[in-house]
Design a protein around this ligand. Structure first.
Ligand SMILES: Cc1cc2nc3c(=O)[nH]c(=O)nc-3n(C[C@H](O)[C@H](O)[C@H](O)COP(=O)(O)OP(=O)(O)OC[C@H]3O[C@@H](n4cnc5c(N)ncnc54)[C@H](O)[C@@H]3O)c2cc1C
Length: 386
């Protein structure tokens, strides 16, 4: 590998929230003699936090995607292709059959959807968790004039704990707007024992209260096991009828991570909770592909807000190491998440997820201000990051 005085190469794996934030920060802070390379499967960045607005028709797909090649004008080298292997010990990866070596590696490969773990789910149901799925849902919801919409979280572990609850509230809002809500039942059955459980009992109770106030029939701890057209079977042998099934998919570690020495026995990457360093020198991991256990026994939620914060910490520490300075930045477990409730309002759950013995998080009441803050964040991502 190159000496400290010569140019160093930082390779960022993944062009999602964590990867783009890390690459931007590295490029902004590192001397130009050092290379920053970002590798991603798809040529486009796609902002998942806006998919629910695609579902409601408030955004077009083109407004929430951007070519990753736009990073090149800042001096970030972008490689589009499938990462086939990661050799963490030697800090090399293979992409499209080519080997890329790194002095520092940042792994932000997200999470794969494990939709195949529930037979029939992807064939019969629709999801807002992909851009294509969100696009298909908008006309499907708009076409409904009567019947029953069943939303499910297909496992207790999924990306963004707020998203399925926001989806139920936004669908309610769409149906009210269409004047058909009185004829359409909305039920939400979650695999987990309550909404946003890591954020604590108060947040959970507040979200449950909002669902009830909107006439959404909420059933916690109800694990879906299989789906047929018009009917979903659950682990307690009950079945639920529906005209439209909407789901939040389960997740698993990205295949290439699972096949690498970075994977723990559970499949996810384990890191130092403050520095995001892996067991391999010069290799860091951030975002959805890491598992950060909290003292209350559950992992830190998979959320872009954390991937972003972790990206900045890792980038700053890589820059400091390259420049021979003492590394100081740490991830403190603080973060906030908007909860869209419809009618242009959002709540805001924010706090300290590293607090002992359990996270200290409060849900600020839905308001126009929080919704506009999310719009501003989206603008920042889509127009300043890329
Ligand atoms: C519907 C929805 C709403 C959400 N809303 C919010 C929200 O309001 N607030 C919030 O904080 N979070 C939200 N999230 C969660 C947030 O999107 C994720 O936590 C965040 O994107 C994680 O960033 P990441 O960099 O870890 O992974 P990602 O953003 O998923 O990026 C991973 C990238 O790696 C690429 N990749 C994977 N494997 C390979 C491979 N083998 N080769 C090449 N490339 C590969 C993927 O294609 C992807 O581009 C939401 C998620 C969903 C689904």
């Amino acid at each position: 590998m190159a000496g400290a005085d010569s140019g160093q190469t930082v390779v960022v794996l993944g062009g999602g929230v964590g990867g783009v934030a890390a690459a931007n920060r590295l490029r902004r802070r590192l001397d130009r003699k050092h290379r920053v390379i970002l590798v991603n499967r798809e040529p486009e960045f796609s902002f998942a936090a806006s998919y629910l607005w695609v579902m409601t028709g408030q955004r077009r797909a083109s407004q929430v995607t951007k070519p990753l090649s736009s990073l090149e004008r800042r001096g970030i080298e972008v490689v589009i292709g499938d990462i086939e292997t990661i050799d963490a010990g030697n800090r090399t990866v293979s992409v499209n059959g080519e080997r890329i070596g790194a002095d520092y590696l940042v792994v932000s490969l997200g999470a794969d959807y494990a939709t195949d773990s529930i037979p029939g789910l992807s064939e019969v149901g629709r999801t807002f968790a992909t851009l294509a799925g969100a696009q298909q849902l908008e006309p499907a919801i708009d076409a409904i004039t009567r019947g029953r919409i069943l939303l499910v979280t297909a496992a207790p572990l999924y990306r963004c704990p707020a998203a399925p609850y926001e989806a139920a509230l936004l669908i309610d809002d769409m149906l009210r707007h269409n004047g058909v809500r009185a004829n359409v039942e909305i039920a939400l059955h979650s695999a987990e024992p309550g909404p946003m459980g890591v954020a604590g009992a108060n947040v959970s109770a507040a979200v449950t209260g909002i669902l009830a106030s909107r006439g959404i029939d909420y059933r916690p701890s109800h694990q879906i096991v299989s789906v047929e057209p018009g009917s979903a079977a659950f682990a307690d042998a009950q079945s639920e009828a529906f005209d439209l099934l909407v789901y939040m998919p389960p997740i698993r570690t990205p295949a290439v991570v699972g096949a690498s020495s970075l994977a723990s026995s559970a499949g996810w990457i384990e890191v130092d909770r403050r520095t995001l360093a892996t067991a391999f020198p010069g290799v860091y991991a951030i975002g959805d592909n890491i598992q950060l256990p909290l003292s209350m026994g559950k992992p830190l939620p998979r959320a872009g807000v954390f991937a972003h914060a972790q990206a900045l910490v890792v980038a700053d520490n890589i820059v400091a190491t390259i420049e021979g300075r003492v590394t100081a930045a740490t991830f403190d477990g603080r973060g906030g998440c908007f909860v869209e409730v419809g009618s242009g309002k959002a709540g805001f759950g924010t706090g300290d997820f590293y607090a002992e013995p359990s996270p200290q998080v409060t849900l600020r009441a839905p308001s126009r201000r929080h919704h506009l803050a999310k719009v501003a964040f989206e603008y920042n991502v889509m127009h300043r990051w890329l």
